[in-house]
Design a binder for this molecule. Structure first.
Ligand SMILES: NC(=O)c1ccc[n+]([C@@H]2O[C@H](COP(=O)([O-])OP(=O)(O)OC[C@H]3O[C@@H](n4cnc5c(N)ncnc54)[C@H](OP(=O)(O)O)[C@@H]3O)[C@@H](O)[C@H]2O)c1
Length: 312
C-alpha cells in the first residue's frame, strides 16, 4: 500500500457517491477524484454559491464529469431528511457515502436547529441521521461503502454521556474531540451491525493528518492559538488538501481497504504522507459505549436504522 495515490483509484463507472461538505477542503478533492474515476458524484453542502463554484471547478477540469450539487445542512435534521427524501426520489441506489463535513473548535458554544451542541450535532449526529435515512439506498447499492471522517483528535476524545451536548461545561476542543471519537465509534459500530444484520455494507473511517483547508479559519480562526501555531507548523507538518483526501479515497475505493478499517497518513505522528492503517485508540473500540451511543443517537435524531432496514 505504500505510496498509494490517485493513480491507484479503481474505475468507479456506474457508482453513485454522496459527499457531505464537498464545497471545499477535503470533500471537494474527494469529489474531484471520484468524478475523475467515473463515479456520479452528488456534492452536498450548506452554501449554494460555494456548491455551484465547486461544480464549475470540477467541470473546468473534467467537462464530462457526472456531478451535481444538493443542499444538505448537517446542522438541521430537517435539512438532512429533506436531502435524503430528494436523493431517494432521484436515485435508485447509493454505492458510496462519505461523511466528511465538520466544524472544528468553535470558540463559543453554538447549537444546531435541533438544539444540539454544534460540533456534536453537525459532525456526528447529522451524519448518523443521514446514514440511517440513506440505508435503503445503500442496501440497493453494489458493494456499498460508508466512510466516516475522524481525526487524530479522536485520541483526546471522551464521550461524555452525562453532558453530551456540553450544556453544563463547554470546551471548544473537548467538543471537537468528542465528535471525532463519536465518528470513529459510529464507523466501527455500523460495520458490526452490518455484519450481524447481513446488510452487506462496508463501513470504515479515515483521517487526513494535518491538511491545509478552511477548518481553522471556519472554526477557531486564524488569530487563535491554533491558527498562529499553524503558521509555524504548516510548512513542516502539513500537506495539501488533495493529499489529505487520499486516506478517504483509499477507504472509499481501494480493494485493500477493510471493513472497520481506519486509514491516515503514514508520516510522523500520522500528519502527512500516503494512506496506511491508522492507530485507533482503545476507547474507540469500546463496544458497549458504541452501542449506548448508537441508541442515544437514534433517540436524539428520531431515525432508527433497524426500522429503516426492515422497511427497505
Ligand atoms: N484539515 C485537517 O487537517 C483535518 C484533520 C483531521 C480531520 N479533518 C476532518 O476532515 C473533514 C473535512 O474537513 P476539512 O479540513 O476539509 O475542512 P473545511 O475545509 O472547513 O471543509 C469542511 C466542509 O464541511 C462543510 N460544513 C461545515 N458545516 C456544515 C454543515 N452544517 N452542513 C454541511 N456542510 C458543512 C463546510 O462547508 P462551508 O464551505 O459552507 O463552510 C466545508 O465544505 C472534517 O470531518 C474534519 O474534521 C481535517
Amino acid at each position: 500500500m505504500t505510496g498509494w495515490s490517485t493513480a491507484d483509484i479503481p474505475r468507479q463507472d456506474g457508482r453513485t457517491a454522496v459527499i457531505t461538505g464537498a464545497t471545499g477542503g477535503l470533500g471537494f478533492e474527494t469529489a474531484l477524484e471520484l468524478a475523475r474515476a467515473g463515479a456520479a458524484v452528488v456534492l452536498t453542502g450548506r452554501n449554494g454559491a460555494k456548491g455551484q463554484e465547486a461544480l464549475a471547478r470540477i467541470r473546468g477540469q473534467l467537462p464530462d464529469a457526472e456531478v451535481s450539487y444538493e443542499t444538505l445542512d448537517l446542522a438541521s435534521l430537517a435539512s438532512v431528511a429533506d436531502f435524503a427524501a430528494r436523493f431517494v426520489a432521484a436515485h435508485p441506489a447509493l454505492d458510496l457515502l462519505i461523511n466528511n463535513a465538520a466544524v472544528m473548535a468553535l470558540p463559543k458554544r453554538q447549537v444546531t436547529s435541533d438544539e444540539f451542541e454544534m460540533q456534536f450535532g453537525t459532525n456526528y449526529l447529522g451524519h448518523y441521521a443521514l446514514t440511517a435515512h440513506l440505508l435503503p439506498q445503500l442496501l440497493r447499492g453494489h458493494r456499498s461503502r460508508v466512510v466516516n471522517l475522524s481525526s487524530g483528535a479522536h485520541r483526546s476524545g471522551v464521550i461524555n454521556f452525562d453532558d453530551l451536548q456540553a450544556r453544563r461545561s463547554y470546551g471548544p476542543w473537548r467538543a471537537y474531540c468528542q465528535s471525532k471519537l463519536a465518528m470513529l465509534m459510529f464507523a466501527l459500530e455500523l460495520q458490526r451491525r452490518s455484519a450481524i444484520n447481513g446488510w452487506g455494507l462496508m463501513s470504515n473511517a479515515a483521517h487526513p493528518g494535518y491538511a491545509r483547508t478552511d477548518l481553522i479559519p471556519n472554526g477557531p480562526g486564524t488569530g487563535s492559538l491554533m491558527g498562529r501555531l499553524g503558521r509555524y507548523l504548516q510548512p513542516v507538518m502539513s500537506q495539501s488538501a488533495a493529499a489529505g483526501a487520499l486516506p478517504t479515497l483509499f477507504a472509499a475505493t481501494s480493494p485493500a481497504a477493510e471493513p472497520a478499517g481506519y486509514y491516515g497518513p503514514d508520516g510522523l505522528f500520522e500528519m502527512k504522507g500516503p494512506p496506511v492503517p491508522a492507530r485507533i485508540m482503545q476507547r474507540a473500540r469500546d463496544v458497549a459505549a458504541a452501542a449506548r451511543l448508537w441508541d442515544i443517537s437514534a433517540a436524539l435524531t428520531r431515525v432508527s436504522f433497524d426500522q429503516v432496514a426492515t422497511a427497505a
